[in-house]
Design a protein around this ligand. Structure first.
Ligand SMILES: [Fe+2]
Ligand SMILES: [Fe+2]
Length: 446
């Protein structure tokens, strides 16, 4: 079978989907291309047991061949597949004509996804055609991270335009991050090491949200409380939209007036959250009180109204801020940050919550850079809960400081020669942690 025939099949499926939008059910403009599709597929399926077309990087792939210009040539097919999250369509030998008609009806109809699509295929009695979807939960963590940045950018834009931000996108991205934290916390925690200075406030908000979700999970909280912690973390600094950029980015000391302005952000933030639809009072409290310390110092002066779970945001916020390079502060490496925070246990931070946090990030948090006894430099990618001093790392520089194109993964439990000698401050090391974890996220998706 030649490529031309494959493209004929795509052309006919696309034509019937397009006609479905323009003509009533059963119109020849829809049925004629379907009949042709059936004849062609039957022929193809004499040689092979199944025939698949798929979307790869937004282009159509038939069997193993990428179809050039598929976006221009078969827009309706691509659009309908995307609307239903269908990544591949597989036709099998034994295919009947009415199965094609019904499958195209489904594809061109109301967008259904996941389970509802599977049920609809079953109900239609389609057994020789599979509409395959990559489960939503399997989305690349980097995509989820970037969508979360997009969500907080949108929220802040809406606030600047004087609108009340929409709650739905915030809730749904937090649900996705929650799934990611439960499936593979290391992968998404690694992304919190992306300390993008230009977008400090956005990345910081997403990082804090991820840390809050992981901490809430480690504390064994309910689904609802975990969700609140994630949303609280994402929105904790939205009140900063009311503080001018110059003040937020100002290097060096702030005047007392400027400082007063900054101190308004929790109150302003909680007022915004209060106006958003269906936001739990706990979330509002987390935003209002994230700078109130365990010993009741801090701001604003609302200590009598602070919910104990607010400490989740306070601790996650402090950790992310400490490990980030700021105009007025050199970043601490994660190990140093944890040590510093421990000295503030019982003063800034609730000891029990802080203990859970420290156990969660581990002795060497994901993203810590290490100098090994071999002279190599490595980055922690996963803790070993049974043996905290020996995490799983990727060696990124050899003993001469040369960057390895292909970092080597080593479980330090199994390699006594590669003892940890010291932690390395990423600010002084010749590596872009963000690039490293972005690559990791892509790798793990393969
Ligand atoms: Fe804040
Ligand atoms: Fe913050």
């Amino acid at each position: 079978m030649s490529m031309i025939d494959f493209e004929e099949i795509l052309k006919n499926i696309n034509a019937s989907l397009k006609s479905k939008k323009l003509y009533p059910v059963g119109h020849p403009a829809t049925l004629t291309p379907l009949k042709k599709t059936f004849t062609q597929l039957t022929e193809v399926l004499q040689d092979k047991k199944s025939f698949a077309l798929a979307i790869v990087n937004e282009a159509l792939v038939v069997e193993d061949d990428l179809i050039e210009d598929s976006e221009t040539l078969y827009p309706d097919l691509l659009e309908n597949m995307a609307a239903m999250n269908v990544d591949a369509i597989v036709f099998e030998r034994g295919l009947k004509e009415d199965e094609i008609t019904k499958a195209v009806d489904l594809l061109g109809g109301e967008p259904l996804q996941g389970d509802s699509l599977v049920k609809a295929v079953e109900a239609a009695g389609i057994t020789h055609i599979t509409l395959k979807s990559i489960p939503v939960g399997k989305r690349n963590v980097l995509e989820i991270y970037n969508d979360a940045v997009g969500a907080i950018v949108d929220v802040m834009d809406e606030i600047r335009m004087g609108k009340i931000p929409k709650a739905e996108p915030v809730n749904s991205i937090v649900d996705e991050m929650t799934t990611a934290v439960f499936e593979d916390a290391n992968a998404i925690m690694g992304l919190t090491m992306i300390k993008n200075y230009d977008n400090y406030l956005f990345n910081h908000s997403v990082n804090v949200s991820i840390l809050c979700l992981s901490l809430a999970k480690a504390m064994g909280l309910s689904q609802h409380e975990i969700h609140c912690a994630g949303v609280g973390g994402l929105l904790h600094d939205v009140g900063k939209t009311g503080v001018s950029e110059d003040i937020i980015r100002k290097p060096g000391g702030l005047s007392s007036e400027e400082w007063e302005k900054i101190k308004e952000h929790p109150t302003m933030g909680s007022k915004i959250v209060n106006k958003m639809e269906k936001m739990d009072a706990l979330i509002e409290n987390m935003v209002l009180a994230h700078h109130v310390k365990y010993d009741c110092s801090g701001y604003p002066n609302v200590t009598d109204k602070v919910h104990p779970l607010t400490q989740i945001v306070t601790i996650s916020d402090a950790y992310d801020a400490l490990t980030t390079l700021r105009v007025y502060q050199k970043p601490q490496d994660p190990v140093e940050a944890v040590k510093l925070m421990m000295t503030l246990s019982g003063r800034h931070f609730d000891p029990a919550t802080l203990k859970t946090f420290v156990d969660m990030v581990g002795l060497y948090p994901v993203g810590t850079m290490l100098r090994l006894a071999t002279g190599e430099t490595a980055i922690v990618i996963k803790g070993n809960p049974d043996n905290a001093p020996c995490p799983v790392v990727k060696v990124v520089h050899d003993e001469d400081g040369n960057t390895l194109d292909d970092p080597i993964e080593v479980d330090l439990r199994e390699d006594p020669d590669r003892n940890i000698v010291a932690t390395v401050n990423p600010a002084t090391a010749n590596i872009e942690l963000a690039d490293f974890f972005e690559n990791e996220a892509r790798e793990s998706d393969k």
